[in-house]
Write a protein that binds this ligand. Structure first.
Ligand code: F0G
Length: 482
């Protein structure tokens, strides 16, 4: 966003867009929200939109699209093979990432399926700064293992370190030496590390990772799904990059990697995804799997309308005004909550504002899923839907033991250009109320627990009648307010 100073001295993020299409929202009363939670098994993935006021579950596929994206969708060229629309996206990828080969897929995890099938085998290791749920699932399903090499400070919840998503270079060298380069399927850097609070990596760190990979002849793969936010942080926090344009930073990042893949539900504000590379050899290794699982090479499971929207969305990502909207709104929310003593991840990252459930409700043990409990409590008192990013999002080990996550977070995603500042203020207000009444929040336990990706489908119940007590206190404090 442009640097615009208020005469009053107040500093609020000022939108550099206007709203031309709106969607009506509902805020059902708290009694209905309790019933909705019950129906959804306290799993916010299973709530229905009609019961939700602010949907902060994710930024995936729900970012606002621009007038130019919608216009481009109208003139898309549909054909099974060789559509002009696909050529447009291929050209845009070449222009932005400098990569000649592009494989389209229907969304990010489809790219992960292709990568894991091609490069992982039983015994392979994939070192990475931090895992993402679907990435890890694809790697392990193909017999590989994930090794997380985030810098130690990356797991400190509160910090003022600008790049908590950096990889520990010494750990990377040790990992490659320990396993042998032949057993490393690839090294993966996740830009804007999702599960540890949307924290960015620096360009300098990626440069060092790339150097180590080259020395050992190991592939470097970038998950660029959250690239827009990471670009903003490199541009604003990395001294050496202050004079670079967003486009130059993007190109510098891509030049360091062998493969760049992304979910276009995030990057490019549309729906779909893709895998980009400069190497014909790598392209040929992956090509058949795209036609097997996704569709022909000129659509890969995407509608041509979405492909048009991605091409425009990627170009719009090169605009600092556009990429700053998300991080600046998130910073507003984080700063307000932090000021009021609510435990949040700092510094503010991309993707969303993250509440630290371990400090918010320290009396709820990890065995009772504090992040899940907080997600449930917040929905109850506000109609705001967040996403559990803690132990429920983990998977049991081979012996069936719980794997407790490093962090227990409630992620409140801020989809790009969707919410207004007053809506964020409402969310902050209800979070502050909940924090003041945190002693009333209890835990959850599973009643239905799927083996894989249990956070999507699992159902849980409250370990006591704490939700009813919270509702009663809400009514006592806020009267007949919704
Ligand atoms: N990589 C990262 C870093 C992601 O955040 C996601 C999705 C994916 C890969 C998979 O992409 O959903 O298009 O298949 N993240 C979503 C989220 C689901 O809500 O954070 P996908």
């Amino acid at each position: 966003m442009a640097n615009i100073k208020f005469y009053s001295g107040e500093q609020v993020p000022l939108e550099m867009h206007k709203v031309r299409i709106v969607q009506k929202l509902n805020l059902p009363p708290i009694e209905r929200r309790l019933a909705a939670l019950d129906e959804a098994g306290n799993n916010t993935f299973l709530l229905k939109n009609a019961d939700i006021y602010l949907d902060m579950l994710t930024d995936s596929g729900v970012n606002a699209m621009s007038d130019k994206q919608l216009a481009a969708m109208m003139e898309s060229d549909d054909s099974y093979a060789g559509s002009a629309t696909f050529t447009k996206l291929e050209t845009k990828i070449r222009d932005i990432f400098g990569m000649d080969y592009f494989l389209p897929v229907h969304q990010g995890r489809a790219a992960e399926n292709v990568l894991a099938r091609v490069f992982c085998r039983p015994g392979s290791v994939v070192p990475m700064n931090y895992h993402f749920t679907t990435t890890k699932a694809h790697i392990t399903v193909n017999g590989g293992a994930v090794e997380e090499l985030i810098i130690d400070a990356g797991l400190e919840v509160t910090s003022d370190l600008p790049f908590k998503g950096d990889m520990d270079i010494a750990k990377l060298e040790a990992s490659i030496t320990r396993h042998g380069a032949a057993n490393i399927a690839f090294v993966r850097v996740e830009t804007g590390t999702n599960l540890i609070g949307g924290q960015p990596h620096s360009l300098e760190n990626l440069r060092q990772v790339s150097k180590v990979c080259k020395q050992h002849g190991v592939l470097l793969v970038l998950d660029a799904s959250l690239l827009a936010d990471n670009l903003y942080f490199i541009k604003t926090r990395e001294q050496a990059c202050k004079g670079m344009s967003v486009r130059e930073i993007t190109r510098a990042i891509a030049d360091l990697c062998d493969i760049v893949y992304f979910s276009a539900r995030k990057l490019g504000c549309a729906r779909g995804g893709g895998i980009c590379t400069r190497s014909r050899d790598l392209y040929m290794k992956m090509r058949e799997l795209v036609t097997l699982f996704e569709g022909f090479l000129t659509y890969g499971g995407m509608s041509v309308r979405e492909i048009e929207a991605i091409a425009v969305g990627l170009e719009e990502t090169m605009d600092e005004d556009m990429i700053s909207q998300g991080p600046q709104f998130i910073k507003f929310m984080v700063d307000e909550l932090n000021r009021k003593g609510v435990p949040v991840i700092t510094p503010p990252g991309g993707l969303g504002c993250h509440l630290d459930a371990l400090r918010f409700i320290p009396h709820v043990p990890q065995t009772q899923y504090p992040a899940g409990a907080l997600a449930s409590a917040l929905f109850l008192v506000s109609g705001v839907r967040g996403m559990e990013r803690g132990s429920v999002s983990e998977q049991r080990d081979d012996q069936g033991n719980e794997v407790y996550s490093n962090m227990e977070l409630l992620r409140l995603a801020v989809p790009r250009r969707v919410f207004t500042l007053s809506q964020l203020k409402y969310a902050v207000d209800r979070i502050v109320w909940l924090h003041e009444n945190r002693d009333l929040i209890g835990g959850l336990r599973f009643v239905e627990e799927p083996k894989m990706l249990r956070f999507f489908f699992g159902k849980l119940v409250a370990t006591s009648d704490w939700q009813h007590k919270l509702l009663a206190k809400f009514r006592a404090d806020l009267g007949d307010s919704l």
